[in-house]
Design a protein around this ligand. Structure first.
Ligand code: GTP
Ligand code: MG
Length: 259
């Protein structure tokens, strides 16, 4: 059994990806057993019906009503409260007959799940028995068309990797349908070739921002934090097969941190 946590900045396409991936896996050609978990206590509607839903236990609205906190404070409190329901989540997972994969949709406020204690605690606690765990990180392509936006997203992806250090990470470039083909190729070249990113930074950024972008680009590459980006359009179900391929490759790799 695999558990994949879908993480990324607000609006980067996490929920739409979960929906599209579930549909792909449940397609009659695949028939892969999949369970979905919604770990966002604040979302109002979802385009898929989660099999397991944290909102059965805790919601931002209920926390607001009970504590008088505003939406931001209540979101923080609700995210922290999720750890109280780890045993319930495990119990619910055990009701399914050893699914091949569990997809976990995480909150829009990425920093709450990733940088407070609850996210890593839940991720560790759900890794019981022989369960393999990994992260799918969503780079929003519309945020990555400038070197500075690309590096900023890379910073977020790398900080998630640090926080969940024992989990493998697959990086996606989401909403590829929203950017032109040449821009998409350009971003993919920035990943492959450090000179392409450096040249684009020289041409497109100015002053301090340019120096910082160049310096961060070099540092990230040195530390191996610039890794393959898989372009995907969950809205139009394009590239979802490659995401499944990447999940399978990482989970079958004995040297990956899955183990
Ligand atoms: N064009 C296009 N739009 C997309 C795609 N994926 C998501 N969107 C849109 O982007 C918006 C945000 O998508 P979500 O899937 O809700 O993103 P999210 O990361 O789950 O958002 P939060 O949970 O609020 O952080 C919605 O309007 C989606 O319809 C895509 O592949 N292409
Ligand atoms: Mg979402």
């Amino acid at each position: 059994m695999l558990i994949q946590y879908v993480i990324g900045p607000a609006g980067s396409g996490k929920t739409t990806l979960v929906k599209s991936l579930v549909e792909y896996l449940q397609d009659y050609n695949q028939e892969i057993s999949v369970v979905t978990i919604n770990l966002d206590p604040g979302c109002r509607t979802l385009p898929y019906t989660p099999d397991i839903d944290i909102q059965d236990y805790v919601t931002v609205d209920a926390v607001m009503e009970k504590t008088g906190l505003g939406p931001n404070g209540a979101m923080i409190a609700a995210t922290d409260l999720m750890v109280n329901y780890i045993e319930d989540l495990k119990y619910e997972i055990n009701q399914y007959n050893d699914p091949e994969i569990i997809l976990v949709d995480t909150p829009g406020q990425m920093e709450l799940f990733s940088f407070r204690n609850s996210g890593p605690m839940i991720a560790n606690a759900l890794g019981f028995g022989s369960v393999k765990r990994g992260i799918i990180f969503c780079y929003d392509s519309t945020m990555c068309i400038h070197p500075n936006g690309f590096i900023s997203t890379l910073l977020l992806a790398a900080s998630v990797q640090f926080r969940f250090a024992n989990l493998s990470q697959i990086n996606l470039l989401t909403k590829k349908d929203l950017i032109h083909g040449e821009k998409l190729d350009m971003i993919l070249k920035w990943v492959e070739d450090e000179y392409e990113l450096a040249t684009a930074t020289e041409n497109l950024e100015r002053g301090m921002l340019k120096e910082l972008t160049l310096s961060l680009g070099r540092t990230f590459r040195e530390f191996g934090a610039v890794s393959d980006l898989l372009p995907v359009s969950a809205k139009y179900n394009e590239g979802v097969d490659n995401v499944w391929g990447a999940i399978q490759r990482v989970s079958n790799d004995d040297t990956s941190p899955y183990y």
